[in-house]
Write a protein that binds this ligand. Structure first.
Ligand code: CU
Length: 181
């Protein structure tokens, strides 16, 4: 859904820009006094700047207040499965490989060498979560799997010749069905 919204918004804004350009092109042939046009332009620019500041400030406040995204509300620390993820040229290392539906997971993502991108995909190859895997830093990603199935971790940051090899399947199971593991 978000992708189609982004798509239509892009077309709309491209259309607006094209409209602005054709207006400027049309006006460019007319000879007019410069001073009044400049004054009007500065006024438009001032209100545009204030409007942009208000919109962006509001959007930043709303989106940043939700950080860290998708962090589940768990009662006790042991209710959260903590998984250490290390990216390296050219694979992913996970400290834990058994995942269950409905279980809150915290991925602690880092890298052993260069910067990689930790991208988590569902069975339809839709990106459901991502973060940077950086040497010397640990970035947290929170997720609670809602459906069983085979999910994929892919590298989202070009990290030299074997970048495309950085794929790992993780299997999410229905809890209780497979017995003890
Ligand atoms: Cu990589």
């Amino acid at each position: 859904m978000y992708q189609s919204i982004a798509w239509y918004a892009t077309i709309f804004f491209v259309f607006l820009i094209a409209l602005a350009f054709s207006f400027v092109y049309g006006e460019s042939r007319r000879q007019k006094d410069y001073a009044p046009i400049q004054e009007k332009g500065y006024k438009i620019r001032k209100y545009y700047f204030i409007g942009l500041l208000a919109v962006m400030g509001f959007a930043s406040a709303v989106s940043l207040s939700r950080l860290p995204y998708h962090k589940p509300h768990v009662l006790a620390a042991e209710d959260m499965k903590v998984v250490d993820v290390k990216g390296y040229q050219f694979a992913w290392d996970l400290s834990e490989e058994n995942f269950y539906v409905g279980e809150p997971v915290q991925f602690r993502v880092t890298s052993k060498d260069v910067t990689h991108g930790f991208g988590l995909y569902d069975e339809n190859m839709h990106l459901i979560s991502q973060t940077q895997a950086m040497p010397g830093y640990t970035n947290d990603v929170y997720i609670t799997f809602k459906k069983p199935g085979t999910y994929k971790i892919l590298c989202l940051e070009y990290c030299s010749t074997g970048h495309h090899l950085m794929m790992k399947d993780i299997v999410v199971k229905e809890k209780g069905r497979m017995g003890h593991e």
